[in-house]
Write a protein that binds this ligand. Sequence first.
Ligand SMILES: NC(=O)c1ccc[n+]([C@@H]2O[C@H](COP(=O)([O-])OP(=O)(O)OC[C@H]3O[C@@H](n4cnc5c(N)ncnc54)[C@H](OP(=O)(O)O)[C@@H]3O)[C@@H](O)[C@H]2O)c1
Length: 253
Amino acid sequence: MKDALGSVQSALVLGGTSDIALAIVRRLVDDRCARVVLAGRDPGGLEKAAAGLSREGVEVATTPFDADDAEHHAAQIAAIFAEHGDLDLVLLAFGVLGTQDGFDADPASASRVVHTNLGGAVSASLAVAQQFRRQGHGTLVVLSSVAAERARKSNYVYGATKAGLDAFAQGLGDALAPLGIDVMVVRPGFVHTRMTEGMDAQPFATTPDAVADAVVRGLRRGATTVWAPGILRWVFAVMRHLPRPVWRIVSAR
Ligand SMILES: NC(=O)c1ccc[n+]([C@@H]2O[C@H](COP(=O)([O-])OP(=O)(O)OC[C@H]3O[C@@H](n4cnc5c(N)ncnc54)[C@H](OP(=O)(O)O)[C@@H]3O)[C@@H](O)[C@H]2O)c1
């Protein structure tokens, strides 16, 4: 359960080596989160991430989790809750960007990214919802993207996965709200992480720490949607209504 001041005391990260997720967890730990479970597919990367979080009074565990293995999500996530006790917050952070050129050359690879970013996220989130219903509380934080707001011709497969995930997370949040369970949708713009390494930065590019600050502020005020940076909310309020021929030019970079 959150403590008397509303701070998260325990958290599970699905995609436990994500740069953005780890920045968020560092903020939570600074804010008295004492139990963290990092779940992912790279044991070495998870151990390294766990070592980076370890400090006195904080328990950090790692556990295998593959977003593509939807058949086992319900059982795996139930087992994590059974082993580690109630978890206040689950951060759904896994995702794959890919390149549009790569997808054009190998259509099956596009289907795999859809499977990970959307299919895996849907089954994992529903499995988390089962556990939140059972324990009677919880907050699911979903890393969507501004790419969900409007598909760009340079990465529309990724954008389509995020649009699907964003819509799903909003619906899940509306369904769970009467039970006192929260779902926060986070829409970062371009963030300097391993995922975007070597790419040209987009306007309003930001850092994992800045996204983490926005998420923590959002958690404190019970936000259902967080933009990072916040100005992108207003930028995309305009962008999403631009006529398609204009959008083609604006989004060409
Ligand atoms: N960076 C940006 O500009 C940006 C902007 C908006 C939204 N986002 C979203 O934010 C989230 C985190 O991204 P990031 O920037 O922190 O990138 P990142 O550091 O590359 O993290 C991506 C994470 O996804 C995990 N992952 C990928 N496929 C997986 C699978 N099949 N099973 C389990 N884990 C898997 C990776 O694990 P491995 O270590 O095993 O590869 C890694 O932990 C993603 O959902 C991304 O789409 C990023």
